[in-house]
Design a protein around this ligand. Structure first.
Ligand code: EAX
Length: 322
């Protein structure tokens, strides 16, 4: 009897693993109510629907699986199954994504979506497998804005000398260095405390992130710099991907598309409605930015990007017709 129970148990387990059914671990850096959380939920529901409940997603929000760089490493070694992440640290794994991190490259959401959803975006996604990662879809973090605890920032001169946390991203660091800001690369989970303790004066993120991470508690000034569009990605571990049959792969891709659309919708809503909320929470908002002066001050950085990536690759994105 006892043996039979064990045997039955083992067989059940065997069957489960043969069929590949599993609850997958999906990590992200923000709260469940954020654009990443909304996306993960939409993706999970669609995936369960398309696979009749065979594949489900368990969410690990708020950096529970580590910072974005650590989570991407987790995908490579198979300790994490899925990640919704900004492109912040991804260029360290797939250098071509750095192209999308260039400041003032995308004019607006439409331009960004057309490029990322078209052949250029696909070409970058195709680079992931040879770097030990699977990229399912481009999502959205949004246009980034500068916050700080020292003073209102309207011009590059106002920003000079500030110590600003940047993502672990060479393209972003170069831009800040060029305008005389001291860039301090740091993983997102350390950021709130660093702002609170004054280790850095400021940071930059989309409105939805500033809200979700409660930065008004530690930052007084918000400048609507919109200095760079920040894409997001839905990434997957090859160790799970390689077990899927063609139909399942299609289901994951379709579910990721639904997740990405939900992410863009929520990030956009936050960008529209969030500034008012941030004012209510005590932030002083600078809206009359001298964007021309920022673009002008960034010229030496643009020259460096051209050297690094080739002007043609940058222009292909900048001048993309849609
Ligand atoms: O992905 O690290 C960052 O500033 C990111 O924008 C944030 O974690 C959301």
């Amino acid at each position: 009897m006892f043996m039979r129970t064990i045997l039955a148990g083992a067989m059940a387990l065997g069957l489960t693993s043969a069929a590949g059914a599993a609850e997958l671990k999906l990590g992200y850096s923000l709260a469940p109510t954020s654009h990443y959380g909304v996306s993960a939920t939409a993706m999970g529901e669609e995936l369960a629907r398309l696979t009749n409940g065979k594949w489900t997603i368990k969410q690990f929000p708020a950096n529970a699986l580590g910072g974005e760089r650590e989570m991407v490493e987790g995908l490579q070694i198979g300790t994490v199954d899925l990640v919704v992440t900004s492109t912040g640290p991804v260029g360290n794994f797939v250098p071509d994504t750095l192209l999308t991190d260039i400041p003032f490259l995308f004019r607006d959401y439409k331009h960004a979506h057309a490029v990322l959803d078209g052949p250029i975006g696909q070409r970058i996604l195709d680079q992931f497998p040879k770097n030990g990662l699977i990229a399912l879809a481009w999502g959205e973090n949004g246009f980034r804005n500068l916050t700080n605890s020292k003073r209102p920032i309207r011009t590059p001169d106002d920003a000079r000398g500030l110590k600003v946390r940047t993502m672990e991203n060479q393209v972003h660091m170069q831009a800040f260095r060029t305008i005389g800001v001291l860039p301090t690369p740091m993983a997102f989970p350390e950021l709130f405390t660093a702002l609170q303790q004054g280790t850095v004066d400021g940071q930059e993120n989309p409105i939805g992130v500033i809200l979700s991470a409660k930065f008004p508690q530690v930052q007084k000034y918000l400048s609507l710099t919109q200095h760079v569009y920040s894409p997001a990605l839905i990434l997957m571990s090859p160790s799970v991907w390689n077990k899927l049959d063609a139909k399942e792969k299609e289901a994951f891709q379709q579910a990721a598309k639904v997740g990405a659309a939900a992410m863009r919708k929520k990030a956009f809503e936050d960008a529209q409605n969030g500034v008012e909320e941030l004012r209510k929470q005590g932030m002083e908002v600078v809206t009359d930015l001298d964007r021309k002066a920022f673009e002008e001050a960034l010229k030496p950085a643009f020259a460096e990007y051209a050297k690094r990536f080739g002007q043609a690759k940058i222009d292909e994105i900048r001048n993309y017709q849609y």
